[in-house]
Ligand binder design. Structure first.
Ligand SMILES: Nc1nc2c(ncn2[C@@H]2O[C@H](COP(=O)(O)OP(=O)(O)OP(=O)(O)O)[C@@H](O)[C@H]2O)c(=O)[nH]1
Ligand SMILES: [Mg+2]
Length: 408
């Protein structure tokens, strides 16, 4: 880990261009947020975003993702500005990848392998490392041909068949063997973790869930007085941490886990299912939201969809709106920077800005799951959160263990 960091910073940061397709019905503000998030992912991976290309399309082009005219425009820019990597906001099919690479002649990444790359850097435990490696190999498998045709072309275009094909076959076999080996290894780790979880006894289990970078680990540290790694980057947390928390004299278990993001690669969700067992088996979920983020309602939606996917949406959920200290009435000047780089047209009027108090009111009226508005870093309304947790955990404990008078 340490070594890797030294190597990364010593190397010149790679220059990156982003490409996104604007779908019908998507507002320019949404598109801007989506691409800002992609830019944040690139920064987290150590790159510098130099330019953003967008194109309005019904759906991405099957062969080249964007239209050929746009691709030429990107090609001209990439050459002139010595861009190292072009990152696409959606997962590219193997043939799209091949076609685009042939045109642009630089490293092409899509959203999926960018996320995989960040996960690979962040993974600490054997479990996370194995999960990421498995996801990477599964991503690679259908794209193997591309690597080899590329190589063949460099050697002088001998054609697609012949020795290249044999090589692909043996590579495929090797990768398949590795995949089944990793799956076995994961099963073993899962069994060990399961035993560990069973040994934890009767304590009520609470899990922090939410979009990436919303403050889950910061809240964990605050409630559990622990020191889980938190920072302003995406996916600071990959491994689940569980701590025993005692409020008044009531103990329960609190877990902090990997954050969600839109368009999380499918393989990755599959591979991380066991890390997310903690969420599936929790009694209460604390859904943390970064209310200072312009797109936080979209993020709530993504988290709810992921929870549905995991079969965890029907649990008791406490909504915690964090970062109220940074909340500001959103005005359109906020993201001028990105606007200048993007060619979006006639922006419709933004929806009426809302004060925090108005938002609190409207949220409480609309949804009857309990909600808290806090600032973890400024310690605002933290006591109220503790009290609410105490009540919820106590109630659950009483219903579950009616004869247990030991605790309170
Ligand atoms: N302004 C403000 N910043 C906060 C607050 N809580 C957390 N942060 C910051 O938000 C960033 C992300 O915090 P984390 O706790 O790492 O977030 P996370 O949800 O665990 O993120 P991942 O593990 O990456 O999914 C850090 O820079 C925190 O200091 C808050 O109440 N107000
Ligand atoms: Mg975290």
């Amino acid at each position: 880990m340490g070594k890797q960091k030294v190597y990364d910073t010593a190397k010149k940061a790679e220059r990156v261009a982003l490409v996104g397709v604007i779908k019908p019905g998507e507002s320019p503000a949404q598109t801007r947020e989506y691409l800002e998030e992609l830019a944040f992912l690139v920064e987290t991976a150590g790159g510098i975003v130099e330019q953003i290309f967008t194109q309005k399309m019904l759906k991405p082009d099957r062969a080249t993702f964007v239209g050929t005219g746009k691709l030429e425009e990107i090609q001209t820019y990439v050459k002139a500005e010595e861009i190292d990597i072009v990152v696409f906001d959606d997962e590219l099919s193997p043939s799209q990848l091949r076609n685009i690479e042939r045109e642009l002649q630089v490293k092409i990444l899509d959203r999926s392998n960018l996320i995989l790359d960040i996960f690979a850097r962040r993974a600490q435990t054997a479990q996370a490392k194995t999960q990421v490696e498995l996801a990477q190999l599964q991503y690679l498998l259908p794209r193997l041909t591309r690597l080899w045709t590329h190589l063949e072309r460099q050697k002088g275009g001998i054609g697609m068949r012949g020795p290249g094909e044999t090589q692909i076959e043996s590579d495929r076999r090797m990768i398949l063997e590795k995949i089944s080996l990793l799956k076995e290894r994961l099963k073993l780790i899962d069994r060990q973790n399961e035993t560990q979880r069973k040994n934890r006894g009767q304590l009520i289990r609470v899990a922090l869930v939410g979009y990436t970078n919303v403050g889950k680990s910061t809240i964990m540290n605050m409630l559990a007085k622990s020191e889980v790694f938190a920072e302003n980057k995406l996916f600071a947390t990959l491994d689940t941490t569980v701590r025993k928390v005692v409020i008044e004299n009531l103990p329960f278990l609190l877990s902090d886990t990997v954050g969600f993001i839109r368009k999380l690669p499918h393989h990755l969700v599959e591979c991380f299912k066991s890390t997310l067992d903690e969420v599936r088996e929790a009694d209460i979920l604390i859904h943390v939201v970064d209310i200072s983020h312009p797109n936080f309602e979209d993020q709530i939606h993504t988290v709810n969809e992921t929870l549905k996917d995991l079969g965890a949406i029907d649990k008791e959920i406490i909504m915690v709106f964090n970062k109220i200290d940074a909340y500001q009435v959103i005005d359109d000047m906020a993201a001028v920077d990105l606007d200048n780089q993007m060619e979006t047209e006639d922006e419709p009027a933004a929806s009426a800005p809302m004060t925090l108090a108005a938002f609190e009111k409207s949220w409480m009226a609309r949804d009857n799951s309990p909600a808290m508005f806090i600032s973890a870093t400024q310690k605002k309304n933290v006591e109220e959160l503790r009290e609410l947790l105490y009540e919820k955990v106590k109630n659950l404990h009483i219903t579950r263990y009616p004869y247990d008078k030991l605790l309170y």
